[in-house]
Design a protein around this ligand. Structure first.
Ligand code: FES
Length: 102
């Protein structure tokens, strides 16, 4: 089975006070939960895969989310942004420019 989109969400956690911080410290767990809930709500199990990853680099701009096949990077993603990422990008084919890192 090949999904239409594969969403990678950084779930890296560093110790409290670490100079680089981490996406987990910035709320990545709630973002992953929101993506999973939205997949269920929209019945997209075979079309959108969600995977938690380790650090992808831009830790200070996390939570970091990368969407393939486009290779689009989103930063500072909150659970409130997730429905828009689905409606605009994953189902609508339009990127969410205000969240784009690259
Ligand atoms: S900790 Fe998430 S990008 Fe580095």
């Amino acid at each position: 089975m090949k999904p239409q989109h594969h969403v990678f969400i950084c779930m890296n956690r560093r110790p409290e006070g670490h100079p680089r911080g981490s996406c987990q410290a910035l709320g990545a767990g709630a973002v992953l939960d929101a993506f999973a809930a939205e997949v269920e709500k929209r019945g997209l199990f075979e079309k959108v895969f969600i995977t938690g990853t380790f650090c992808m680099g831009p830790c200070d701009k996390g939570p970091t989310v990368v969407v393939y096949p486009e290779g689009v990077w989103y930063g500072k993603v909150t659970p409130q942004d997730v429905p828009e990422i689905f409606s605009k990008h994953l189902e609508g084919g339009e990127l969410v420019e205000r969240l784009r890192l690259m």
